[in-house]
Design a protein around this ligand. Structure first.
Ligand code: FEO
Length: 394
């Protein structure tokens, strides 16, 4: 196995999950990684572990570097089982290291694994001397769970923030500078589908870390590539995404039964383009919901189109709106259109859903019966133009 060193004595010892394609309803076409880090010092320290089926892969990497029974501390930054899942096997098979975690982490680990481990709890600002190095801990509740925390290696300027700044990106490379700009697209998808609802907390946490004045050479997240060349780039991107910075980009998200809703969608698209908007047409059964959410991150306007089915919206639209609701995208303007047969209902139901969640809905709606004729399609193009004129860069 290759040995990956971040800084002298700090190693990546995680595992690569090449085959996972669905991570809690999020599509992961490249798979992902579970990153664990080994720090060699007077007290050898493992920061996070890997999902339990990958325990032996992690152990193999550790064994290339030291005898695993020589691990003194395991820092558990986060309880979720993709990072803590190998803790029971470590205790059963290789020893009894002290587990460093937050108070909530301790409670979460006890409940997950039904056992009391050799815990030492820490809170923000606490430090742990491990020999020549000192670790500093920063609690980061809700990034991603209440127990989450960051570990910072003072002397090496390495930040290990667990889920923050990650991407679901399985590859033979370990560092972002080895793969080029593609990494930002995956980081954006990860942010939008996992961390978007936590935008205010992210802004606060980044501010807190900046005020702590800690220099950062490397960010080693718990998923995907390690930020080595320019870690400030991903921090800046998180700030901009969390501030809701968007451009004059408009999405048309729709489904169709007999093609009428799609005809309307394409006529609206023509209007958007004629008004100079960057526009994308996204069929709900051709695009995974997590990819549409990623597209939404930098879009200012979103038009939802649905055929009326049984007096309401199409089921795929219900699925998408339910998923989107939990992610609480802020600062977007939503518009609605529908195709109907003998009675309308899709736009009404979509509007009710959006307004209940306090999303901003444009007052105009477009409803067309059966198959749209030429005049109705021209109206749809006009509808698209008016919507685009309402959307300005934010
Ligand atoms: Fe990657 Fe919240 O676990």
């Amino acid at each position: 196995m290759e040995i990956v060193e971040l800084k002298k004595g700090i190693y990546w010892v995680g595992a690569i999950d090449w085959n996972v394609r669905d991570f809690h309803g999020y599509s992961t076409p490249l798979g992902t990684t579970y990153n664990a880090y080994l720090i060699l010092d007077e007290k050898n320290t493992l920061v996070d572990t890997v999902k339990s089926p990958f325990y032996l892969e992690m152990l193999g990497r550790i064994s290339e570097i030291i005898d695993p029974s020589k691990i003194d501390y395991v820092v558990s930054n986060h309880v979720e089982m993709d990072h803590s899942g190998s803790l029971p096997q470590i205790f059963e098979r290789i020893g009894n290291p002290k587990v460093i975690t937050s108070e909530r982490g301790k409670k979460g680990l006890e409940k997950h694994y039904q056992r009391s481990l050799n815990f030492k709890t820490v809170k923000t600002g606490d430090t742990l001397a491990i020999g020549h190095r000192t670790l500093t801990f920063v609690e980061a509740p809700m990034l991603h769970w209440p127990d989450s925390m960051f570990t910072y290696v003072n002397e090496d300027r390495v930040l290990l923030p667990n889920d923050a700044f990650g991407q679901h990106f399985a590859s033979s490379q370990r560092f972002e500078d080895e793969v080029g700009d593609d990494v930002m697209k995956h980081a954006a998808k990860y942010y939008a589908n996992i961390l978007w609802p936590l935008a205010p907390l992210i802004l606060k946490k980044v501010d807190e870390v900046v005020k702590m004045g800690i220099p950062i050479d490397i960010i080693g997240p718990s998923h995907g590539l390690i930020w080595r060349k320019d870690p400030g780039r991903i921090i800046q991107a998180y700030v901009e995404w969390s501030q809701g910075k968007a451009k004059k980009k408009i999405l048309i998200v729709y489904d169709t039964m007999w093609g009428s809703t799609e005809m309307i969608a394409k006529a609206i698209l023509k209007g958007l383009i004629e008004e100079g908007a960057e526009a994308r047409l996204l069929h709900l059964r051709s695009n995974h919901r997590s990819d549409i959410i990623e597209e939404m991150l930098e879009a200012k306007g979103i038009l939802f189109g649905s055929p009326t089915l049984n007096n309401g919206m199409f089921p795929t639209m219900g699925d998408f709106l339910t998923y989107m609701k939990g992610l609480r995208p802020k600062g977007k303007v939503f518009g609605l259109f529908e195709s109907y047969g003998w009675g309308s209902g899709a736009a009404k139901e979509m509007k009710k859903y959006l307004e209940e969640e306090k999303f901003e809905v444009w007052e105009k709606e477009l409803k067309i019966q059966y198959v749209p004729n030429g005049e109705e399609l021209r109206n749809a193009t006009q509808f698209g133009k008016e919507f685009a004129r309402n959307i300005t860069d934010a």
